[in-house]
Each structure stands twice: as structure tokens, then as C-alpha cells.
Design a binder for this molecule. Sequence first.
Ligand code: ADP
Length: 257
Amino acid sequence: PARPVFAGELPRGLQTISNIVAVSSCKGGVGKSTIAVNLAYTLAGMGARVGIFDADVYGPSLPTMVSPENRLLEMNPEKRTIIPTEYLGVKLVSFGFAGQGRAVMRGPMVSGVINQLLTTAEWGELDYLVIDMPPGTGDIQLTLCQIVPLTAAVIVTTPQKLAFIDVAKGVRMFSKLKVPCVAVVENMCHFDADGKRYYPFGKGSGSQVVQQFGIPHLFELPIRPTLSSSGDTGMPEVVADPQGEVAKTFQNLGVCI
Ligand code: ADP
């Protein structure tokens, strides 16, 4: 998609990136990072040059979800830039690779750290940068969206009724910033056991999301132990099982970005 009109000056580090995609959720723990990482590796599997920016400085999950050989970001002291680490050809930047523990910072500091990590990284030529947004739609998220000219947003939610309010907040934030929400991913929709399908959070909310918010695509992901364990072992599910059902869903999502 065409880059939306962006008010600020494009930071130098981002000038060589064609598409910047935000993966966002209103709450933590709904699977946003899992989806961001699997989406990025799906795009890479389709032949694109991809980077992942983990913008969650309070609880960075990228370091547990991928296993790069080099787990520390390096600096280029002359250029004063950060060199992303890499795993299976995807460039990675996360506060969790900065050699510090969890952040204890106030909002404006967080925004400063995110801005610096993101814009001083040597991303090089990328087709897609996938940003794993911090959960929520507050100041930190807004500031981030103003620094970065996003081309698309993917909203992650779970199927409870309450999640509607969350999706609405996310859609509103992105539409204010003129960023198209290309898809909603309803995660942890169902699981199969004893030959039966169970919907622990209810069902049917998906089509309502599409109608109410005019989002062009909706994807459902089941509760799958492998999605969780692959997150913990450092190899994304779409890499571990590229022909599987989950990988197919991500390929369909990748096509709409
Ligand atoms: P968030 O980024 O929204 O906080 P995470 O991606 O870190 O969420 O996921 C939270 C936890 O749920 C992780 O342990 C992850 O492995 C697990 N998880 C996410 N999606 C699924 C799924 N569809 N099936 C099983 N476990 C999942």
C-alpha cells in the first residue's frame, strides 16, 4: 500500500524501509508478540527482507521467541548507530538485546528509548519492518505512531465480548493517525480435544468486528500448545512447521499486508 501522508520528517534510519507494519493489542497477554514474530518470519519465507522491532521495553518477548547467535546489540561508535542482531535472515532490535534488565522508566523516558532504538538502528534495505507495539493505546503508543510512518496496522485480540471495546480503541487510534487497519487477528479462538472443538471464550464475535469496524480481513488462530512452546524455544511455529495450519493462516495474513 502507498505510504500515508506523514507530518514529521522521516527519521534517517527508516528511509530505506518500504513498509512499516504495527502489530498492536489493547491488553497484554493476547498473543501480540507471537503474531508479530510469526508474521515477520512468514513474510521472510515469502522472500521479503524483514526486520522486527520489539517496542515493548517493559516486557520484551523477542529474546525468548527467537534464538540469534548474537544476543547483544552492537554499536557502531563512529556512526553512532545500533547494529541489529539477526536470526534466520530477519533483523532484530529489542530492548531485551540491549544488555539491561527490565526497564523501570516513566512514560516519556520509554518513548525516548524506543525512538532511539528504532531510528538509530542500521536496518538497511527492508521490504517490511514489523513493529511489536507495547500493549495499549496510551501516550507511548501514540508517540511511537507519530515517530514512525506506519503503512498498516494489524490488531490482535481474543474473542471475548469485552475485546470489542479494545478493538474499537485500537481502530480509533490508527484511524486518527490515518493508518489503515488491514486485519484483526482473533487469537486463542478454539481448541480441539477428544474429537470435539471447544470455544472457551465464546464465538461469533469475528464477523461483528468486521462489520462494525469495516476491517477488510479477519483471521482466527486456535489455542495450540506448539504456538506457545515454539515461542519459548526460540523457533517460531511458522519456521518449525511451514506446511501446518497455523503457517497457512499467517501466509493469508502476509498477503494482505
Ligand atoms: P502479548 O504479546 O500479547 O503479551 P504473547 O505473544 O507474549 O502475548 O503471548 C502470551 C502467551 O500466550 C505466551 O506464552 C504465548 O506463547 C502464548 N500464546 C499466544 N498465542 C497462543 C495460541 N494461539 N495458543 C497457545 N498459546 C499461545
